[in-house]
Design a protein around this ligand. Structure first.
Ligand code: XBP
Ligand code: MG
Length: 241
């Protein structure tokens, strides 16, 4: 039964690292300042804005709230794209100076999977550049190559909680949903994995303490509380049930 698991599929934001509060939020605020926008998202407000997944989508929703006419103008998508590109550059710079670290247990699980030849993949809503920056600065230049497949950002039209990014990753891994195990931190992430039929375990992050994580195989206080053998057992039990 221990070979039932054929890949570990990782969420990024909130799961690999606590990126939102000290990474993405700060990067958005720096981009707003650069663009001369009078906006600043504080920690509490950003928690509420996280209900919208995807940075561009989150920006648009905010803009529609504070200035609906401008947000409906013809040039709105280009302006969003420009602000978001600025934000991505600030995020990369923050990661480069160590503003976000991997969460406890993450590196040990990644290294154990590699040692056992268990393929790794990523299914995230964030931009590929952010994933590359995070992996490179926390695990080293070659770490992007640890992953058989990185599904990120706009490669699918619908972001989590839609199942699209998990389906995209499964297709590239040539796996059936039940052959993978997802690791997520949030309600949209868990919903996306489940809607794709992928069994999922969860570790809550700073912003997802109250999220509805119904349907997970297990929830951990920290990924340091579980090893790869434990994940394999949970997965094997779920798929044989
Ligand atoms: C979390 C998200 C992302 C980030 C910001 O993704 O919703 O949008 O908040 O990143 P996940 P971008 O938990 O799936 O990793 O600005 O690059 O979208
Ligand atoms: Mg997440």
């Amino acid at each position: 039964m221990t070979d039932a698991l054929k890949a570990l599929v990782w969420d990024v934001d909130g799961t690999l690292a606590e990126t939102e509060r000290d990474g993405h939020r700060v990067a958005f605020n720096r981009a707003f300042a650069d663009a001369g926008l009078p906006w600043h998202w504080d920690e509490a407000q950003y928690g509420e804005l996280l209900r919208v997944t995807g940075g561009k989508e989150r920006l648009l929703r905010w803009w529609q709230r504070v200035d609906p006419a401008a947000a409906a103008a013809q040039d709105a998508p280009q302006r969003i794209a420009m602000w978001h590109a600025l934000k991505t550059r600030h995020y990369e710079a923050l990661v480069a100076v160590g503003a976000v670290a991997l969460r406890p247990g993450v590196e040990a699980l990644l290294r154990a999977a590699r040692a056992e030849g268990l393929p790794l993949a990523i299914a995230t809503t964030t931009q590929p550049a952010n994933v590359q920056a995070l992996l490179g600065h926390t695990l080293g230049a070659g770490a992007v190559g640890w992953f058989a497949c990185i599904g990120a950002g706009d490669v699918v039209p619908r972001k989590k909680p839609a199942p699209d990014i998990y389906r995209w990753v499964l297709k590239r891994l040539a796996l059936l949903p039940h052959e993978a195990l997802a690791i997520e931190d949030s309600a949209p992430g868990v919903a996306a994995a489940r809607a794709a039929g992928v069994p999922v375990v969860a570790v809550r992050s700073a912003y997802t303490r109250d999220d509805d994580l119904r349907g997970v195989l297990a929830e951990f206080g920290s990924l340091g509380d579980v090893d790869l053998a434990g994940l394999r057992r949970l997965h094997a039990r779920a798929v044989s049930a």
